[in-house]
Structures are given as C-alpha cells and as structure tokens.
Design a protein around this ligand. Structure first.
Ligand code: GLN
Length: 483
C-alpha cells in the first residue's frame, strides 16, 4: 500500500481494505529501515502518528471522513507543530519545541491526516541541495551520491522513497519544484497568498509559499484542497475562492496554448534535460495543445534581484534569533553584546551568515537605493514580462533546473554556482505566480521534471495539465530501488 497514491490509499481506507493504523505502521517501519541512510527526517513522531491513525480510523468508522483522513504525511521542519521540535534545519532551533501549530499543519491535523514526522531541509530554507542542514545532507533515493535538491530536500526524498504518502514543502525561490524535479515527484508552488504562511518560520516573507509534494498531480490537488484558503492571521493571505482542485483534473487540453520562453532554452541548459523537457512538450501537442515561442527578456536578471531581496528580508526576519527569546543561547555570556554575538555565531551555519551579511549590507544607508530599490524595480519588470507573455499563451513550460541532480559535495564550496542553478525557478516567486513540476523522464540517469508556470490563481489549470500528462506517461509511477 505504501507504493499507492494518496487517492488510492484514501479509497482503500474508505472501503475498509486497510486501516490507517496499519498504513501508518508500514511507513514507520520503512522509515526505520531506510531513512538511516537517506536522512530525510529530522524527527519521527511515531507515537503521535499511531495515536492520530487510531483516531482517524474511528473517525472513518463514524462516517465523518475527509480525503486526507488517515493518510500519513510528513511536514517540512519549518512548520511550527505544537509540542514537537521545529528546527528549520538549524542548530539555532535544535532545542525549539513549537508552542503552537501552523495554519497548514493545523489544517491537515483537523482533516484527520497523520503526521509521521518533520523533514530535513536546508537551514532556514536557504539552499538548493539540502547540504546546508545542521542535521547533515539528505541523499537522493535514486542515487545516493546525488543531492535531492533543496531546500525541501527531505520532503522530496521521503515521498520519492515512499516513506510518506505526501509531504509539505515551501518554495521561496524553487524549493518545492526543484527538489520535486530532482527526486522524480510532483511538486506545486501555489500563487503567493493562496496558502497561509502563519506559523511557518519566515525566510523571505514576500516570496515564501507552502505547497504539496506528492507522487501525482491528483494527490497534489487533494493536498491543496486541504492547504489553501484565507487566514486572517496572515495579512498577505488572499481571500480568493478555493475551488475543488480535483474537479477539473480531467478537463480537455484541446486548444491550450503553451508558451516556451526562448531564454529558457538557451546556453547553460544540459542537453539531456532539454531533450526530456522537449519530449514532454511534444506529448502535450498530442493532447491537443499548441506551442508558441514567447520571450521573458529580463529573465537573466532574476538571480541578482532575488539574491538581494531574499537575503534582505532574511536579515530582518532572522534578527529575532537573538539568544534571548528563541533557540540557542551561548554559555556564560559576559554581557548583552556577548550574548547576541556568540549565540548567533554558534547557532547559525555558514550559508545563513552569508545571507544575513549580504542582506544587511543591501539594506544599509547608502546602499539601499543602489541594491534593494534596484532589485525591487527589476522584480516589477520580471512580473511584467510574465504578464505580457500570458497575453500570448495560457501557460509557460520549461525546465526547473539547468541539470539533473548533481553530486553531493560538488558545489558546496561555490555558493555563487549554486545560486546560478536557480535560474528557472526564482522568477516565478518574484512574480508571485504558481508553478508545478511533474516528472518527465531521466537525464544522466537521474530524474528530471517539467516546470509548468501558470497565471495568478491558476492552480486548478496547472493540476489539470499535470494530471493529463500523467494519464499518458508513467514517469510519476517509477520509484527508486532501495537497498
Ligand atoms: N535556492 C534558493 C535559495 O537558496 C531557494 C530556496 C527556497 O526556495 N527556499 O534561496
């Protein structure tokens, strides 16, 4: 049953073919058997999971069931989960037990989903490889010498290795789509404001957005049904109708116009990745879609703009970790300055410090106009590029990353090379748009996804487009052989 989708498991739970306790136990056993090596979980909440599973079985018996009732899922370790360690992949929060529940995880809890545990991630969601975790790197289940992608690498690896039926992730600049692509699973970054950020540890607040990471687009629709919606505790969460995302999965793609940005198929893109992406697009033509070249002329500016804006917001968000109110505190501080300096120096890792320094510099008097304001102006140009392109097409397709997953350690000493690998994902966050990655083949023996970018609030259409592809291809059904 662990190799089934959420939709299939939900039906099996409804018919009584399996109980949630049995299903949950199966995943807990697999985590014990395989995760020592993969390292996708930071915390496994075994007894809580079995308690929730028993409650879900009871709830199903009374006929009060939701599609997610009794389904075992994993949450990225930046969602606050009441009474459970919430580390954000950092030594700073290694001792932090969240006193309250985030909106997203609370919605899953209320729907009767089972929480298996909290997944590994790049520290404070900063990274593209999951090598920046205080808890050690996550291995890609398809090839353990490869990174799983980041920052939601633990969630992606857990779903790919079938250690959870689905997982939550967050995407500030690609952290759902890119690890989904590298691990051969489906990942959706919703429109900014679609899902509440309340109770998520903030990285870059104007870019962060939570979304589902699953085996199939149908499962992503089921999870998004639970996650999406207005929340008055998050002032950037939008009060916009939530459709049933499963209702339109089978809509015809006849007449759909797909835009291919010429800037996305240019130098720097690995030829095998390009081939798989082009094969996937050819599949869409068979399904009745038309393809058209479009242009996103400012696409190349997304890296400098993002790597000013995200660190600027991070430097402000991370100022709350002062050794007084949250997390790590140094031993025997001499005075208040010593407390601040040593607590932060000891608690944060290298990449987080680098971003705080860059962000503080970009926001400081005299540099604000040269860097931060300029980056915000570029952000508007990037958004306008997309809006112009969408006058000519319904959705945009392209790769998620220039290559398939690279080897662990191969880029860890070159932060700028790692930043450059985010070229195809960052713009979507800067423009607040939704983006979906669906498995589309193998490149250099490692999985590769197709990225589908939609207009604001077009999640239902993206999931429909992903689902139709998954009806005619079987890349999403493949799974790594674990030993
Ligand atoms: N790789 C990007 C970064 O390091 C994106 C991370 C994310 O989306 N959380 O900032």
């Amino acid at each position: 049953m662990y190799d089934k989708t959420i939709a299939e498991q939900s039906r099996a739970l409804a018919s009584g073919e399996i109980s949630s306790v049995e299903l949950t136990q199966t995943y807990l056993d697999r985590i014990r058997q395989f995760d020592g090596d993969i390292n996708s979980f930071i915390t496994v909440t075994e007894s809580l999971a079995l308690e929730q599973a028993a409650a879900a079985d009871q709830r199903r018996a009374t006929g009060d069931a939701h599609a997610m009732t009794g389904i075992p899922v994993a949450h990225k370790d930046l969602f606050c989960t009441q009474g459970v360690k919430t580390s954000c992949g950092s030594k700073m929060l290694d001792n932090f037990i969240a006193p309250y529940e985030s909106t997203v995880t609370g919605k899953f809890r209320d729907a009767g989903a089972v929480m298996l545990g909290k997944t590994n991630m790049d520290e404070f969601a900063m990274g593209s490889s999951n090598e920046n975790s205080h808890y050690g790197p996550v291995k890609n289940p398809w090839d353990k010498s490869a990174i799983p992608g980041g920052s939601s690498g633990g969630s992606a690896a857990a779903v790919a290795a079938q250690l959870a039926a689905g997982a939550t992730g967050t995407d500030t600049g690609g952290s759902i789509r890119q690890p989904a692509s590298h691990c051969g699973i489906t990942g959706l970054k919703p429109t900014y404001g679609r899902v509440s950020r309340w109770g998520m540890v903030a990285y870059a607040s104007s870019l962060d957005q939570a979304g589902p990471m699953t085996r199939s687009a149908e499962d992503a629709a089921i999870m998004l049904n639970t996650m999406a919606g207005f929340d008055n505790r998050d002032s950037t969460c939008l009060d916009h109708e939530v459709p049933d995302y499963t209702a339109t999965l089978n809509n015809s793609l006849e007449g759909l116009t797909i835009g291919l940005p010429k800037e996305y198929f240019a130098a720097g893109l690995d030829s095998e990745v390009e081939q798989q992406v082009r094969n996937a697009i050819a599949e869409y033509e068979k399904l009745g879609a038309n393809v058209k070249e479009v242009s996103l002329p400012n696409a190349r500016l997304c890296i400098p703009a993002y790597y000013v804006i995200a660190p600027a917001e991070a430097s402000s968000n991370l100022s709350r970790f002062d050794g007084v109110r949250f997390g790590h505190r140094c031993e025997d501080p001499k005075d208040l300055m010593d407390l601040y300096i040593r607590s932060r120096s000891e608690g944060f890792g290298e990449e987080v410090k680098r971003r705080i320094i860059v962000g503080t510099y970009a926001l400081s008097a005299g540099y604000y106009d040269a860097y931060y304001r300029k980056a915000q102006q570029i952000r508007r140009l990037i958004r306008d590029d997309f809006l112009n392109a969408f006058k000519e097409c319904d959705v945009i397709m392209g790769p998620n990353a220039p290559t398939s997953a690279f080897d662990i350690g191969s880029m860890s000493n070159d932060p700028v090379a790692m930043y450059l690998s985010d070229i195809y994902t960052l713009s979507v966050n800067l423009a607040g748009l939704p983006g979906l990655s669906v498995p589309a083949g193998m490149a250099n023996q490692r999985p590769v996804g197709l990225q589908i970018i939609g207009q604001h609030f077009d999640e239902a259409r993206l999931l429909n487009i992903g689902h139709r592809f998954q009806q005619t291809t079987d890349w999403h059904q493949k799974s790594p052989a674990l030993v």
